[in-house]
Design a protein around this ligand. Structure first.
Ligand code: NAD
Length: 491
């Protein structure tokens, strides 16, 4: 990568995007964005308050009717151009994500491809928004269903996938004909700011996408959720914040999509190909420094293969090269902030106090930045916090089991239900597990399964609704049924 960082940062808009114009926050307030690998300041952005949020919704609502009338092909073409522009700018987007979020550059390139795919996928889905036509069984009506844009949307994204979490919401909203107010995570807003600028350059009309980055998330979301013009909130983030938003959304009976936390089990059976399971575990656990909602959280390994699995997995983990993700050969970056580092250290201390053995890692690393050594823990008590909470870091706790039913019940023993992973060479067992596991996503002999063409989402407290796939656009549409008198019906 040959990119001048200062030149790149200078290209990122620092204001709020309201009605097609980048502008200062009305209060003049700002906030800083820092690099988690160094603690250095990267940029200073305008910080939106409640008035700015309402101004953004005003701008969005002002163009909703005209935007809804644009042809699906027009909206499709904008998304296709956006896909091409993001792809052309892959070096810039990848560098921005590594700078503000910390992931290794190679993984940031992976996210550019993954995030851009939502733009391409929904450019294709925009023109395939099928309805149905059927006769009333009594012959009295001809019945037609069609989909209309749900209306103005509030989109709230987390910091861990700064590009993909934005494209996964913005692309289907554009495809469906909705207008938007996007609130990026304050830790990683730069990618979203640059992405919004890219959408404008791709031809998105003024006011369709408005961006309000800011210090206080609730100052932005509360007035919007209380505003009867808003029709939908789509949120990706923690279950705790999701619950707060669901309560607020109830007031105006908003459509909601909630992509919340996870506590993914990674089950390895005695008949698994262990090398394949280790490769899968590296992807499922260590991608994104373990900071993914789909990250394997609990390794549940058959006792007869546990020693082999742990030895091979720990060997691979200790080969990871921890450091600043912009540097050549780095395969594990820093955690997002000091609080996250302290939390990981506390989780490991708690597990050790409850009897766990540290096979590799187990401590913070380096003088600057928020680095933690990739860690494998064995003899983990089921009562340890690592076995119960979302870890969100490079720590792999290993638990063991004897019987299939025990593995299923252990896996399901969580309020979460997002991703799950099963490694087995037995196809009957695979289907039994598909029936028994209570998770919205399952990887069988595969550790990374997210794809723009697949419906992503959880059950239980991991959320409501699906993003991506044919289902993703439905979240942004309202189904209308039209009954037309059948001309042959008796008057
Ligand atoms: P978070 O819930 O703290 O924040 C997410 C977003 O919500 C941010 O933009 C934040 O500013 C905003 N927010 C925080 N408090 C708010 C409030 N009171 N009102 C309105 N908005 C508010 O989560 P995070 O730390 O950014 O992300 C990590 C969490 O996200 C993890 O739990 C992870 O599992 C989850 N996540 C889920 C998915 C998924 O698709 N299911 C994907 C990525 C991350």
């Amino acid at each position: 990568m040959s990119i001048d960082i200062q030149e790149l940062l200078a290209k990122v808009p620092t204001g709020l995007l309201i009605g097609g114009k980048w502008q200062e926050a009305s209060s003049g307030e700002t906030f800083d964005v820092e690099n988690p690998a160094t603690g250095e300041k990267l940029a200073t952005l305008s910080s939106a308050n409640s008035d700015d949020a309402v101004a953004a919704l005003d701008a969005a609502c002002g163009v909703q009717a005209d935007w809804a009338k644009t042809s699906p092909r027009e909206r499709s073409n904008i998304l296709r151009r956006a896909f091409e522009l993001v792809t052309e700018r892959k070096d810039e987007f990848a560098a921005l994500m590594t700078l503000e979020m910390g992931k290794p550059l190679a993984e940031a390139y992976g996210e550019v491809t993954y995030g851009a795919e939502y733009l391409r996928w929904f450019s294709e889905e925009a023109v395939r928004d099928y309805g149905r036509s059927l006769p009333a069984p009594e012959g009295t009506l001809r019945m037609v269903t069609r989909r209309k844009p749900v209306g103005p949307c509030l989109l709230i994204t987390p910091w861990n996938f700064p590009l993909a979490m934005a494209t996964r919401k913005v692309a289907p909203a554009v495809a469906a004909g909705c207008v938007m107010v996007l609130k990026p995570a304050k830790l990683t807003p730069l990618t979203s700011q640059y992405f919004a600028q890219t959408m404008i350059e791709a031809g998105l009309p003024a006011g369709v996408l408005n961006v309000v980055s800011g210090q206080s998330a609730s100052a932005i979301s509360e007035p919007l959720l209380a505003d009867s013009r808003l029709r939908k909130v789509s949120f990706t983030g923690s279950t705790a914040v999701g619950k707060t938003l669901l309560k607020a959304a109830a007031e105006n009976v908003l459509r909601t999509s909630m992509e919340l936390g996870g506590n993914a089990p990674f089950i390895v059976f005695e008949d698994a190909d262990i090398d394949q399971a280790v490769a899968g575990a590296m992807g499922a656990k260590m991608r994104n420094i373990g900071e993914a909602c789909t990250a394997a959280n609990r390794f549940i390994v058959h006792e007869s293969v546990a020693d082999e699995f742990v030895a091979k997995f720990a060997a691979k983990i200790s080969e990871l090269n921890v450091g600043n993700g912009l540097e050549e050969g780095i395969t594990c970056g820093p955690l997002i902030e000091r609080k996250a580092l302290d939390n990981i250290a506390a989780l490991v201390e708690d597990a050790v106090a409850k009897g766990a053995t540290v096979v590799t890692g187990g401590k913070p690393r380096g003088e600057e930045g928020y680095f933690y050594s990739p860690t494998v823990l064995t003899n983990v008590s089921r009562e340890a916090r690592v076995a119960q909470e979302e870890i969100f870091g490079p720590v792999a706790p290993i638990l063991t089991f004897r019987e299939e039913a025990e593995a299923i019940s252990l896996a399901n023993d969580t309020e979460y239900g997002l991703a799950s992973y099963v490694f087995t060479e037995n196809s009957d067992r695979m289907w039994r597990l598909a029936d028994g596991l209570e998770f919205g996503l399952m990887g069988f002999n595969a550790g990374v399964i997210s794809n723009a063409a697949a419906p992503f989402g959880g059950v239980k407290q991991s959320g409501l609704g699906r993003e991506g796939g044919a289902e993703g656009i439905e979240e942004y549409t309202a189904l209308q049924y039209i009954g037309v008198r059948d001309p042959y019906a008796n008057a």
